[in-house]
Design a protein around this ligand. Structure first.
Ligand SMILES: Nc1ncnc2c1ncn2[C@@H]1O[C@H](COP(=O)(O)OP(=O)(O)O)[C@@H](O)[C@H]1O
Ligand SMILES: [Mg+2]
Length: 278
């Protein structure tokens, strides 16, 4: 669904009674609003099914992704969140986190001949956010620059729709079919190519964190493939494990290199990265 955005479902309007609402994104499969109300400041996410097209098979799971994320947030003990169903799928609401995402914040670092170096403190904030999730025994499964919101006090890691590590009600669960390919670890790409599914792991999150920091700091993807290559071709390039010879400046460079190790066991844990950045 694109073009005209759906309306906020009645149950959400009843629960929040918004004083202001702003459409943040409306894309195939999901719509997000920023909503302010007497109850607080929230992000509201609506999922709808993606119909089949000439290039895509149907993706009915996008309709239940918000409920899955809502269940994950509850499992993690985030009480100030809720989820439910609407006509075409499911919705969730969760606290709104103010701030730019990692990719936008590091834009000045990517300008040609830029003297601006990526701040270690920003990387530390991202590491801290992922460390909190890993410490609870979860893997995120969809780590990417747009999912780190750099707030004034702390960094938040959003979009937990694909996270694994605790109970998710069966009616809202669906298999993991990989993530945004630029951030997909080679073992995940290989598994998706072979079976259509994969296992989200903390090791794969570490690869995705390395790829996220690299692209945000330098503008380069970790692995080289044409922008317009079909997704399986992109996955094959990633599965080959061949890195593009590009490095982030400073201390971050070495650390990112080890996070992007093709063998999962060679990557540092989030705790080790945390120590290294201290
Ligand atoms: N809790 C939140 N706080 C602030 N912005 C959010 C929040 N949740 C989502 N967003 C915004 O909406 C965008 C899409 O949300 P995301 O959770 O990634 O859903 P999806 O990938 O399913 O569209 C994010 O990139 C961000 O800009
Ligand atoms: Mg997302």
């Amino acid at each position: 669904m694109s073009g005209s955005a759906p309306e906020l479902p009645i149950t959400v309007l009843d629960a929040l009674r918004p004083t202001t609402q702003r459409l943040v994104v409306n894309r195939r499969g999901s719509t997000v609003w920023e909503v302010e109300s007497h109850r607080g400041h929230y992000a509201v996410k609506l999922g709808h099914p993606i119909e089949a097209t000439a290039d895509w098979p149907a993706q009915p799971w996008t309709a239940i992704a918000p409920a899955r994320e809502g269940a994950v947030l509850h499992s993690l003990g985030l009480d100030d969140s809720a989820y439910g169903e609407w006509e075409l799928g499911t919705w969730n609401l969760q606290p709104w986190h103010e701030g730019p995402d990692l990719y936008r914040l590091w834009e000045p670092c990517r300008e040609k001949g830029s003297p601006v170096e990526p701040h270690t403190s920003v990387a530390r904030g991202c590491v801290e956010a992922l460390a909190q999730l890993h410490a609870k025994g979860w893997a995120h499964g969809d780590v990417q620059p747009a999912h780190f919101i750099i707030g004034p006090e702390r960094t938040h890691l959003i979009d937990l729709a694909l996270a694994r590590g605790g109970h998710v009600p069966e009616e809202y669960d669906f298999p993991f079919r990989g993530c945004l390919v630029h951030y997909e670890a080679p073992e995940v790409a290989r598994s998706v190519l072979a079976t259509g599914e994969a296992e989200p792991t903390q090791e794969a999150d570490m690869y995705a964190l390395g790829a996220s920091l690299l692209i945000s700091a330098t503008g380069w993807r970790a692995v080289e493939y044409p922008d317009d290559a079909p997704r399986p071709a992109q996955r094959r390039a990633i599965a080959s494990g061949k890195r593009r010879p590009v490095r982030a400046p400073g201390k971050l460079g070495d650390l990112i290199d080890t996070m992007l190790s093709p063998v999962p066991g060679d990557r540092p844990t989030i705790q080790e990265v945390r120590e290294a950045l201290r």
